[in-house]
Design a protein around this ligand. Sequence first.
Ligand SMILES: [Zn+2]
Length: 270
Amino acid sequence: MSLAFALALAGGALFIAWIVSDPVLAARRRSRLHRRSLTDAERRTLADWLPVCQHMPHELRDRLERLTAVFIGERQFVGCGGLEVTPEMKLAIAAQACLLVLGRNTHVYDELRAVLVYPSQFIVPEQWHDEHGVVTDEKRVLAGETWDQGRIILSWEDVGARGDDGEAFNVVIHEFAHYLDHESGGAPWIHDAAARRRWDDLLERELAVVRDAERRGEPTFLDPYAGEDRAEFFAVASEAYFEEPQRFARSMPSLYAALRDVYRLDPAAW
Ligand SMILES: [Zn+2]
């Protein structure tokens, strides 16, 4: 390889690295994606997956479409276990993920690098260390998992099962709510110390109510899995908040009002 050719090659590599990392170009790319509107076919897909978008205020629906386009353009989707991720799958996942951040101005899951999609539930090997240092190997079968801030894993079969049997089940909302919860240390978009205390107290109180009802064998509005721990409580409550907002507002008004402040959205009014 001649010196001139090697220099040209190195220069080219540097130029590509600059393009990829340059924040100005990234911002311009995002604003281009923001201006991109969905095609009619994409709008129909969006309405199939998120019928609620037809009832929300116009400006919210516009914003949802723009955020969804940015999400699809910027985040990587990876098919696992032989699955090919189709444009419809991307749209369905992206739109539901963006529903969570619709009321907020800036957040588009900046740290998230990839959404991994399996055809159905997947097995995750896990190791438990108990207090005596005994290690137990375990396998868990999951419909979704939030893996650090970089990856979210979903089972496509379970994505499609949202709203089945009249249940407030939505694995996309569940996992992306975990993402927002992890990222914020347990209080999404709450920065004020007094508000944080109120949020912590409310979650503890409502979690205790769900656990008590479960112990007494009484039915609960939220899926009993909410009683697992605080993180699951928030994720399950977020599913119900977007899937069954009116019943939620009637059954657990204080929690509904707190989530309305967190998400800055009022789906019960749509
Ligand atoms: Zn969970």
